[in-house]
Design a protein around this ligand. Sequence first.
Ligand code: 13P
Length: 247
Amino acid sequence: MIIANWKCNGTKKMIFSWFEDYGKEVNFVDVLPIVGVAPPSIYFGYFSRENASLKFIEWGLQDADHLDGPRTGAISVDMLIDMECDFLIIGHSERREIFKEDNDLIKEKLKSLNNRVTAILCIGENKEENNKGITRDVLKEQLDIVNGLELDQSFTVAYEPVWAIGSGLTPEPKDINEIHKFIKDVVQSNSANNLVPKVLYGGSVTDKNAESFFKEEFVDGALVGGASLDGSTFAKIVNIFSGIDKK
Ligand code: 13P
């Protein structure tokens, strides 16, 4: 599963060249991985299912509000279902930091989704926590929101160390692998239905380093920021993922 998080980036012009570049570069292999794009919602009009270059692309929201009604500026989970989005990203570190979202709110969002579309829950430690060696404690606390919840088979966690986002720095692939195993174990032990989630890695993924992550046993894909803004680079990352045989 490879997901593009465009964050607050894009123009009409960029979107049209993205479609073209992606379509030219991507390999249409027999078993296509799940590929998704989360553009800024104002551009959703361009993500029509009739668009041939988007036929195999899912689309989703970078965030949504758990309630409808008098909440100026918000887009609700019910609207996302109404518009047949395929997935919702929640808990991104930029939402936690800039918009002061806490675990309680993120849990409300997850609960309001009620397993109707794929949830991609982002978690990750910051540099200071990493230096202190408390990464696992931080992740475990962020994962508390799944405790006792019945999770859909599609439930996905994105491990995004905050210090790796947009910095060009990444953990070592083997360290990512160990953390992903830890995340799978925690969710399996704590969710009501003992679900083993998919775990994506996010943070400075490019077409140059993607293979080193994708080869690892417990890395089920990537959540890509900066490198997803270019259709051709994103397609290269998708091609690398499609070409890995983990058997
Ligand atoms: P970058 O790929 O730009 O580091 O961003 C990662 C991210 O935050 C994806 O959600």
